[in-house]
Design a binder for this molecule. Structure first.
Ligand code: GLY
Length: 423
């Protein structure tokens, strides 16, 4: 596998955006008791995902499970969550080296391969980077065969994971409108050109594409999208609107609304988590200080919010009127934990320690019987009590694939503390 990295381009692009401050790397060490808890969780997770494996039809991907009716819900590869199941299997294989998890992951990747050409969704980053991105990363480390698993032995050589990721980045880029400065989220009315905060999570794929190919157009799209989002999605208190709708003729903002939150002016918990994670990744990929500041302001909004419960598992919306009886969202907590572990490396030592403390609390809370399912229950999912789309009455207080994915990612990130590559 060849890899093209024009060093000059990367050097110049970093010079262009970096005000000269390199990322910090603190020597935070993991706590031994939490490491033991995490190791136990990950061993259980590998077993629990074998239960899940037994429930998903060969041509489908899991979505959720309703315990009261024992109803299991799956999707095809076009659904935005399709990459999380293979992604989690790859993380668990990375931890356990259990080849049955790898085999299952490779089979499910096959289902997603055609999505590389899907230009009808902004979710390709979620779908392809959480799945093929992890496959590529593990292949680079010699832990998987290179190339997609889709070809029969005698057929032409399988396209490599990086080829699939490059095509995915090209497809995603077709949704960028320079007049607006954003990648379009949904294509459906009544919106004109809607952009949701979740879309920040799709940018990591574009940074990967520039690193791999040397083509800076992906990098520029990601930076422009993030800058526009910073400008229009965020309120003065650094909470985020869910949806900003733009006028395609003028590029002006038409409306700032919610779709999945309590109200247009509320702070939908998962949206805050996506923003926190997204701007932390922006800092990692550009070293531009303004993204670190943005991530820290978002963290401040979340962590100092009077409606954040003591166990740090947020209500589904920070302004849900039924607080303190409002439903919690384990998925938002898992995303926040993973993001805060990364952010702790870049912030000053005191703030960094504070972010890590909260991430530790979230991992402990999610590991309790309240949230973590007993192996064999919960349809094979790891976590209970997530909220998908409450106003749409869909996936309310259920397990979700992305809650599991970011929970496992957070635990693996925590185990890496002290071993991160100095950047
Ligand atoms: N649209 C992604 C989410 O529900 O967070």
């Amino acid at each position: 596998m060849y890899r093209i990295i024009p060093a000059l381009f990367l050097f110049l692009s970093l010079l262009a955006v970096s005000p000269g401050r390199a990322q910090k790397n603190h020597d935070f060490q993991p706590k031994p008791a939490l490491l033991r808890l995490i190791d136990g969780n990950l061993r259980q997770a590998a077993n629990q995902y074998k239960v899940l494996m037994g429930r998903v039809p060969a041509d489908r991907l899991p979505k959720t499970y309703y315990a009261n009716t024992d109803k299991f819900e799956t999707s095809n590869s076009e659904w935005w969550t399709s990459g999380f199941y293979p992604g989690t299997l790859l993380y668990l294989y990375e931890y356990s080296r259990d080849t049955s998890l790898l085999r299952e992951a490779l089979q499910r990747l096959k289902l997603l391969e055609k999505e590389q050409y899907n230009k009808g969704t902004h979710d390709l980053g979620f779908m392809m980077y959480c799945s093929y991105g992890n496959a590529e990363r593990l292949a680079e480390r010699g832990l998987l065969p290179q190339g997609a698993p889709s070809q029969k032995p005698q057929a032409r050589p399988a396209p490599a994971y990086d080829e699939i990721l490059m095509n995915s980045a090209r497809s995603l880029s077709t949704r960028f409108n320079p007049k607006i400065g954003c990648i379009r989220s949904w294509d459906s009315p009544p919106w004109k050109y809607p952009v949701i905060i979740d879309n920040m999570m799709n940018l990591e794929l574009l940074f990967w594409a520039t690193r791999f190919s040397g083509d800076s157009s992906f990098y520029r799209i990601a930076v422009t999208h993030a800058n526009t989002t910073m400008r229009y999605h965020y309120r003065p208190d650094y909470s985020s609107f869910h949806v900003v709708d733009y006028d395609t003729a003028t590029g002006n903002v038409l409306a700032k609304k919610t779709a999945q939150g309590y109200s247009d002016s509320s702070a939908w918990a998962r949206g805050q988590a996506w923003g926190l994670y997204g701007f932390t990744v922006m800092y990692r990929c550009t070293h531009d200080q303004k993204y670190l500041e943005q991530a820290e302001f978002i963290a401040q909004f979340i962590l100092t919010n009077p409606n954040l419960p003591a166990d740090k598992i947020p209500y589904w919306d920070f302004n849900a009127p039924e607080i303190p009886r409002a439903l919690r969202d384990a998925s938002a907590a898992a995303i926040m934990a993973s993001a805060l572990i990364e952010l702790s490396r870049y912030a000053g030592p005191e703030k960094g320690r504070g972010y890590l403390d909260v991430a530790e609390q979230i991992i402990v809370s999610l590991s309790s019987n309240n949230y973590k399912a007993v192996v064999g229950s919960n349809g094979g999912f790891l976590l209970r009590h997530s909220v998908g789309h409450l106003p749409g009455r869909s996936e309310v207080d259920v397990p979700l694939t992305y809650a599991d994915y970011y929970f496992v990612e957070a635990m693996l990130r925590y185990k890496q503390l002290g071993n991160e590559k100095k950047e």
